[in-house]
Design a protein around this ligand. Structure first.
Ligand code: SF4
Length: 177
């Protein structure tokens, strides 16, 4: 990223009002879409659509071991885990190339949520959505938050500061090489 260029952060696409959810709807969050847009360049990401699934689509959920869950279509029992992990592997590299300095995830999603219910077959605990887990593995220091952490003023300001400091740290690191 060049000096003076806007700071980019990734955002779960449905939070920006894009109709990418399984039911064809969105989850527009004005605190994310408007307040964060005053500070950052928002990069929309919908892992479910970008990995090739249609809109609308069958709902899915995390199942099995909360530490290493599978992504399963609820009715047809199709296992979507490998398809999603393959996409995540590619996408985190693309996001690195785009120079993202933070990510706002949609809560309760089996792909975007940071702490999501896992079933086996009844609820057995909580784990990370597959895409959120891949982002955190690839960028261990990246500031991340769910939309609830943006709706709250103090948490939002703290996230904004963390993102700016992440960007400044990256600049410093590049300057030393
Ligand atoms: S929560 Fe994530 S996967 Fe689900 S619709 Fe929103 S962006 Fe797409």
């Amino acid at each position: 990223m060049e000096m003076g260029s806007p700071i980019r952060i990734g955002v779960s696409s449905c939070l920006l009002g894009n109709r990418v959810r399984y039911d064809g709807g969105h989850k527009l969050d004005l605190h994310v879409a408007e307040l964060l847009a005053e500070h950052f360049d928002l990069v929309p990401v919908c892992p479910e659509v970008e990995c090739g699934l249609p809109v609308p689509r069958e709902p899915m959920r995390l199942e099995g071991d909360p530490e290493d869950p599978r992504l399963m279509a609820i009715e047809t029992r199709v296992d979507l885990t490998e398809k999603m992990l393959e996409y995540c592997d590619w996408k985190v590299r693309e996001l690195q190339g785009a120079g993202i300095c933070g990510f706002v995830f949609k809560s309760k999603s089996p792909n975007c949520g940071l702490r999501v219910g896992v079933h086996n077959p009844s609820p057995v605990g909580r784990g990370s959505g597959l895409f959120a887990a891949a982002v955190i593995r690839h960028f261990p220091r990246l500031p991340v938050v769910e939309e609830g952490g943006i709706d709250d003023t103090a948490l939002r300001e703290s996230f904004i500061r963390e993102v700016i400091s992440f960007r400044d740290g990256n600049r410093l690191h590049r300057g030393k090489r």
